[in-house]
Design a protein around this ligand. Structure first.
Ligand SMILES: Nc1ncnc2c1ncn2[C@@H]1O[C@H](COP(=O)(O)OP(=O)(O)OP(=O)(O)O)[C@@H](O)[C@H]1O
Ligand SMILES: CC(=O)C(=O)O
Length: 575
């Protein structure tokens, strides 16, 4: 076989060469390390220009309320309804993740989000109690079991970030220019004026007089004027708001001062054990700076968990960008955590960095989620700004696998509406990309390092090319662990990919993959019987009509055959 690991390395080098923004120059990252460029916060600059949510979308949400999925079908109830109403070509490809918080944690709220197209529910372990998280996870599983949804659960670790736990007020507090505040980790009774308690005992280790303290990436700034034991006296140099749980970062000579905490803290390990015991599908690891913690966690999960739990690495620091390739390769997926990334990377570089990460993940066949502030104004307002709609469109245009709501769903009053905006904008932008044949311009590199893997990859690349050229209505893939489905998805085909699997964990993992509709079904060694059974099933539901063309691939290996014997592409026209 001509494909060697050398050629794969060269191929990876090419991907990185295509993204000079992520290149190292003489060992130094090209993004100016010192230039945070965050003189003002986006929250301070909330635009007043708003975009109406069209009535059509609301009618659509109404329809969703009454739709009951078929529990025996193994297809997500919301996807089933979308297929019935809009046909193959109308199916949304970009996946949607919702952060669950107090505004959407009842069974009814969660059901509304599931009907509105939530594919993954994210639980941020920074907030709330284990009991609260357990209750939410169980409700989601109940909805999946009883109402036929296929919503995966992701826990997101708190990580080693330093944040405010008490600033003496129930909500935000203004820090005025020149005011002097004490930052401490000590617990105190009642409230003390101008005193802020941080979550982490060692928060001030290594911090010196003169260092800069930035709140929430630029919401307000202070200068350290005195050390008092482990406490810091700081003078406000750039006035702004102190929010509950605001993040603190220390800077010296334009560089972030690291406190040397582990990526996965003791609390994170407890939360991960909790996630294992509750059977979550994904663990998103905060502040990953290299591949080690990801490898360590994957190893831990493979020995401790009875099911397959996928590890997503959150890219939210300069260091993680410098080690991007090894992190992407070690993980099962990536989250572009733009909130914290924007603290270290100049804001004007975030769009280009996002595009580069998205392209690299797609090429290396790992799902990528674009997170934070997509529709931030909808935390308070029922409609998004034009700028937010443009940002969402851009993520879809870049072919991200998924987009994530944070406060919009967790604490906002318009979570369902925000989800419907993501749905509508995705549909519109995906159509435009298809009309422009934008997927033709996507570059693919070779991934497989064995002959069999290379064959699967080439079959998927060719299958997608064929499907697009022939105007195929749907791609059917029969898959054990979801490999072929993700290799097809990587090519961002025009038709939707129906991934039939008998593996529950593979089904839940595929919820995050662009354009893949996972269907849990019994599969046999007899491919012809699998094909006719699944086509009959979809036909019997009225989701397929005479003349529809289906392209079929598989990675199933019957016990009696070698794997290559079943690697073929078939096209069937429905009669
Ligand atoms: N489980 C929860 N319980 C209470 N409030 C929550 C919960 N989850 C989220 N929130 C609220 O919603 C807001 C947005 O949540 P989210 O987790 O996306 O952002 P975050 O707290 O800034 O953390 P991160 O940087 O990890 O995303 C939070 O600031 C918090 O106020
Ligand atoms: C999602 C997240 O953690 C961030 O944007 O920082």
């Amino acid at each position: 076989m001509a494909i060697s690991s050398d050629s794969i390395i060269r191929c990876h080098q090419k991907i990185f060469a295509k993204h000079p923004i992520l290149e190292l120059e003489n060992g130094v990252f090209r993004i100016a390390v010192g230039a945070r460029g965050v003189s003002c916060s986006t929250r301070k600059l909330r635009s007043k220009a708003r975009v109406g949510v069209r009535p059509l979308a609301e009618a659509s949400v109404e329809g969703l309320k009454n739709f009951e999925g078929d529990l025996d079908f193994g297809l997500d109830a919301a996807a089933e309804r979308e297929l019935t109403e809009k046909g193959f070509s109308g199916m949304r490809k970009t996946k949607l993740v919702c952060t669950i918080g107090p505004a959407c944690c009842s069974l009814e709220d969660l059901e509304r989000l599931a009907r509105g197209g939530m594919n993954v529910a994210r639980l941020n372990m920074c907030h709330n109690t284990k009991e609260w998280h357990r209750d939410v996870i169980r409700k989601i599983k109940r909805l999946n079991d009883e109402k036929g949804f296929c919503v995966s659960v992701m826990i997101d670790t708190e990580g080693s970030q330093i944040h405010v736990v008490d600033h003496g007020a129930p909500s935000s507090l203004k820090a005025e220019e020149g005011s002097v505040w004490v930052f401490t980790a000590q617990k105190f009774e009642g409230s003390r004026p101008f005193t802020v308690r941080a979550n982490y005992e060692g928060f001030s280790e290594g911090i010196m007089v003169g260092d800069e303290l930035i709140i929430d990436g630029g919401m307000a700034s202070f200068q350290v004027v005195e050390r008092m034991g482990n406490d810091l006296r700081c003078k406000c140099t750039d006035p702004g708001l102190l929010l509950p749980r605001a993040k603190l970062s220390f800077w010296r000579n334009g560089k972030l001062s690291y406190q040397g905490q582990p990526t996965i803290s003791e609390k994170d390990w407890e939360d991960i054990d909790f996630g294992i015991s509750e059977g979550v599908d994904f663990v998103a690891v905060s502040f990953v700076n290299d591949a080690e913690p990801v490898k360590h966690l994957k190893n831990y999960l493979s020995t401790k968990a009875s099911k397959s739990i996928r590890v997503l690495a959150k890219i939210e620091s300069l260091e993680s960008l410098q080690k991007l390739e090894e992190i992407v390769e070690a993980s099962d997926g990536i989250m572009v955590a733009r909130g914290d990334l924007g603290v270290e990377v100049p804001l004007e570089q975030i769009p280009a960095v996002q595009e580069a990460i998205t392209d690299i993940c797609r090429q290396l066949n790992k799902p990528v989620i674009i997170a934070s502030q997509l529709l931030e104004s909808m935390v308070e307002y029922p409609t998004p700004t034009r700028a937010e709609v443009a940002d969402v469109s851009e993520a879809v245009r870049q072919y991200a696998d998924a987009m994530m709501l944070s406060g919009e769903s967790a604490i906002g009053s318009y979570g369902e509406k925000a989800l419907s905006v993501l749905r509508m904008v995705s549909g519109r932008m995906e159509l435009q990309s298809r009309e422009e044949n934008r997927q033709n311009a996507l570059h693919q590199c070779h991934l497989g390092d064995s002959l069999l893997d290379c064959i699967s990859e080439e079959i998927c690349n060719s299958a997608v090319e064929m499907a697009n050229k022939l105007g195929i209505d749907a791609i059917f893939v029969y898959t054990k662990h979801g490999e072929m489905a993700s290799l097809l998805s990587r090519n961002r085909p025009n038709p939707p990919i129906f991934a039939f699997t008998d593996d529950t964990d593979a089904r839940m993992a595929l919820t995050l993959q662009w354009g893949v509709i996972p269907i849990l079904t019994d599969l046999s060694d007899d491919m012809e019987s699998n094909i006719s059974k699944t086509i009959d099933l979809i036909k019997s539901k009225g989701m397929m009509k005479e003349g529809d063309a289906v392209l079929i691939v598989s990675d199933l290996t019957p016990a009696c055959a070698t794997r290559t014997a079943f690697q073929s592409i078939q096209v069937k026209t429905i009669v």
